[in-house]
Write a protein that binds this ligand. Structure first.
Ligand code: ADP
Ligand code: MG
Length: 364
């Protein structure tokens, strides 16, 4: 049994926030994050602060600060654990949650000059393999897939589309032993980091051609990059094999989804409401209640199958996985309500308890 690890990261003020002369309302000290309620103009009284405690609070707002949290630091804290899980044969998952523009894609993918978790984890995996494979009687097999969910439709980001009209929506199915999967999703064997890099370039091209603009697109779609890592020991009799599935998830923008208002309520279908994100809120609340032992007369039902995202991430949420959530926030007063919602959501996620196991021949 292990709790979901939760990190919060604050990015630097952006140009728009600077133009608006925004005040910085996020302050971090060790593991805690404090948000200051913005004051009415002219009111010199300090706003009331709320403090939250997480497994990690990353201040990436100022490169010159001695406590600045770099991409490298985040990889060392969160990415190493993912690699450790892979070599142990356990599943792992990292989920980035936050409003559009708060730094989810920066944290997960990052620009080429300051790579994020996905490239660093892949690089780390192949670095480790190049140092291990020579000596041990073990072979390694790595496959990746990359999909997006938009309006509850699953698209393969690693398959060239025949035409822009071909939206190639794929179906989600559930295997009795291996769990939920996407039927006909392409899987790509990779043997080096540069092969992964080429696939990422292909995926980015697919994302931009399929939408009017990258931002409009990532505002509403969830991207899941999956690594399937298999190890086989030949010196064991019978052969010993472990399989680790790693999901690295860049969620749609969390704005407009207020989990506290939708819990228990019925979903209203509209372009503005992202069913997968709303359901993620429900699943996390229900799992958090389970985790803290809230007593109810009815057993707590976890609505995984209400959305494509939660169905695919079923193992990662309350199941067989070492899961980390990184909640990204803006430092600016203009985003106060969205940031507060994100901090509360992240706080709830801390109560989720998972039970990762080694997926070996016996358990597969
Ligand atoms: P999201 O994916 O949450 O919509 P992005 O990751 O695209 O947000 O970030 C929005 C903008 O802020 C981008 O221009 C990005 O370069 C910048 N940004 C985000 N996080 C950081 C960070 N930690 N350091 C520097 N710039 C950042
Ligand atoms: Mg993004």
């Amino acid at each position: 049994m292990t709790s979901v690890r939760v990190a919060v990261r604050v990015r630097p003020l952006n140009k728009r926030e600077k133009q608006l002369s925004s005040k910085v309302i996020i302050h971090m000290k060790e593991k805690t994050t404090t948000i200051q309620k913005p004051t009415v103009r002219g009111d010199e009284l300090k706003g009331v602060g709320k403090t939250f405690s997480y497994d990690f609070s990353y201040d990436s707002s100022d490169r010159r600060s001695p406590t600045f949290a770099s991409q490298e630091k985040i990889f060392r804290d969160l990415g190493f654990e993912v690699l450790k899980a892979a070599f142990e044969g356990c599943n792992a998952c990292v989920i980035a949650y936050g409003q559009t523009g708060s730094g989810k894609s920066y944290t997960m993918m990052g620009p080429s000059h300051d790579k994020g978790l996905i490239p660093r984890i892949c690089e780390g995996l192949f670095w480790e393999l190049s140092h291990r494979s020579k000596s041990d009687a073990v072979t390694f097999h790595t496959e990746v897939s990359y999909l997006e969910i938009c309006n509850e439709r699953v698209q393969d980001l690693l398959k060239k589309r025949a035409s822009p009209a071909d939206d190639g929506g794929l179906s989600v199915r559930e295997h009795p032993r291996h769990g939920p999967y996407v039927e006909n999703l392409s899987k790509h064997v990779v043997q080096s980091y540069s092969e992964v890099e080429s696939l990422i370039i292909l995926a980015n091209a697919n994302r931009t051609t399929a939408s009017r603009g990258v931002n409009d697109f990532s505002r509403r779609s969830h991207a899941i990059f999956t690594i399937m890592f298999t190890q086989v020991w030949f010196d064991a009799e019978p052969l010993y094999e472990t399989v680790s599935k790693i999901h690295l998830v860049d969620l749609a923008g969390s704005e407009k989804v207020d989990p506290t208002r939708t819990v228990g309520g019925r979903l209203k279908e509209s372009a503005d409401i992202n069913k997968s994100l709303v359901t993620l809120g429900h699943v996390i609340s229900a799992l958090a209640d389970l985790g803290v032992g809230v007593s109810t007369t009815k057993p707590i039902f976890i609505p995984y199958r209400d959305s494509v995202l939660t169905w695919l991430l079923k193992d990662s949420l309350g199941g067989n996985s070492k899961t980390t959530m990184i909640a990204t926030v803006s430092p600016a007063d203009v985003n106060y309500m969205e940031t507060l919602n994100t901090l509360r959501f992240a706080s709830r996620a801390k109560n989720i308890v998972n039970s990762p196991i080694v997926n070996d021949n016996g358990s597969m």
